[in-house]
Design a protein around this ligand. Structure first.
Ligand SMILES: Cc1cc2nc3c(=O)[nH]c(=O)nc-3n(C[C@H](O)[C@H](O)[C@H](O)COP(=O)(O)OP(=O)(O)OC[C@H]3O[C@@H](n4cnc5c(N)ncnc54)[C@H](O)[C@@H]3O)c2cc1C
Length: 393
């Protein structure tokens, strides 16, 4: 919704029939492509509008891998959603014959008293999920590639693993197209205006009308929902790929997806899926005022930070640098998502699920966004993600 027209309904002549949709989805990254897929499959007349070319690397959904885990350290109430997300990913795999989710297990390692280890153990316990608690000795025995100080502990989740984000987004788009969705690339949405006849979505190339609209604009969401602009922080996150010193230590099958809540940093990594060993810090290295300022500007300081971490905890991985990639986290103050109807008009659905942990939910959030756009309600519990919660005021 553009700032000056916020909450105001306008009457206007009807647009051409060709430009009328049941639902328009703004942004075709992880969430938008999944929502478009679900809506199209339900028989809705849908249009997806994407600012750049599909599969671009300027948002939050590129970089080869995304972790998925069940015992959710952030809060146990995420677990039912993540279980539904697993079902969604498996359904996408069945429908397309493509492997999107690879189960490697997830090892969450933490310094003594780590909130990540405690949170994961609690969520796993409360939801009866398969998991093991490991002390330093047990971690060293099972995963000798990690060099850990005394007192470190871990949760082992055998069901964890990684997703292939570029493939997942492409499959959602392909499925949506197959089910009849229209898609326009390089189509920047400029404003959203509620009108009597529907919601008017203005682009650089004219406008379209829709019964409802899903705003899944990732790091750009504040431009379309000004109320969120000052509550979201766009942080700079750099992923590094290294040529491992010992290939076998980081090979798929030897190394699980892991996160280490260490003394100096919280960082995570993936087994080598072909492009080298990938790791990144979950903490940021700066922030941007707008998503347009973000650039592929990773440099020596980013490499040095990750290299120091690996030398401390996983030295076998720290060979020559192969590549780096900059990505944006859209963080809420409480790190919970935004997934709700717009308070000024329920025909506008707002989706900002990031804070560095949203990707794994795209399969179920696509379903939820379709529910909200079509029925203004969903069977899933999304009460944690309200746009009106105190932390977002
Ligand atoms: C480095 C990194 C690592 C991460 N690791 C994990 C992980 O391991 N596990 C996990 O679950 N999650 C992880 N996440 C988080 C996850 O990737 C995000 O939650 C997810 O990608 C967000 O998807 P999105 O659809 O909201 O945004 P995006 O995928 O960025 O899509 C938003 C889209 O909207 C488009 N757009 C913007 N403005 C407009 C406009 N005005 N008109 C039209 N289109 C517009 C953009 O071009 C973009 O394509 C990570 C994120 C990053 C950056």
């Amino acid at each position: 919704m553009s700032g000056d027209q916020k909450g105001e309904r306008i009457d206007m002549p009807m647009s051409l029939p060709d430009d009328q949709y049941d639902v328009v989805v703004v942004g075709l990254g992880a969430m938008g492509s999944a929502a478009l897929c679900h809506l199209a499959r339900r028989g809705a007349r849908v249009l997806g509008l994407e600012l750049f070319a599909l599969g671009h690397q300027r948002g939050s959904s590129h970089g080869e891998t995304r972790a998925i885990r069940k015992g959710y350290f952030e809060h146990p109430s995420y677990v039912p959603l993540v279980l539904a997300a697993y079902e969604g990913w498996h359904a996408l795999e069945r429908d397309t014959g493509q492997a999107v989710l690879r189960k490697t297990g997830v090892l969450e390692i933490g310094k003594p008293g780590s909130a990540i280890v405690a949170g994961s153990a609690r969520a796993s316990r409360e939801h009866g999920l398969e998991h093991e608690l490991l002390d330093t000795r047990m971690i060293r025995k099972r995963f000798p590639q990690f060099t850990l100080p005394e007192g470190y502990e871990a949760v082992w989740q055998p069901d964890g693993g990684y997703l292939r984000p570029e493939l997942a987004n492409r499959l959602h788009v392909e499925q949506a197209r197959r089910a009849g969705a229209d898609i326009r690339e390089n189509a920047k949405v400029l404003s959203i205006q509620p009108a009597t006849a529907g919601v008017r979505i203005s682009t650089e190339h004219g406008f379209v009308m829709a019964g409802s609209v899903v705003l899944a604009a990732g790091a750009w969401i504040g431009e379309l929902v000004p109320a969120l602009r000052n509550r979201l922080t766009l942080t700079r996150q750099v992923a590094c790929w290294f040529e491992p010193r010992k290939l076998e230590s980081v090979a798929d099958g030897q190394l699980p997806v892991f996160i280490i809540d260490g003394e100096e940093d919280i960082a995570y990594g993936f087994p080598n899926v072909g492009s080298g060993f990938k790791c990144a810090s979950h903490n940021d290295s700066g922030s941007w005022a707008t998503a347009d300022e973000a650039a592929q500007d990773a440099g020596p300081a980013d490499e040095a930070r990750m290299r120091a971490f690996l030398e401390a905890y996983l030295p076998d991985a720290a060979g020559p640098l192969r590549a780096m990639s900059t990505c944006i986290y859209t963080r809420t103050p409480d790190e919970d998502f935004v997934l709700d109807l717009h308070p000024d008009d329920p025909r506008i659905v707002v989706a900002s699920p990031c804070s560095g942990h949203g990707f794994k939910f795209a399969s179920v959030f696509g379903e939820i966004l379709a529910d909200l756009a079509a029925e203004q309600a969903t069977r899933h519990d999304i009460s944690r993600f309200g746009i009106g919660r105190d932390e977002l005021r």
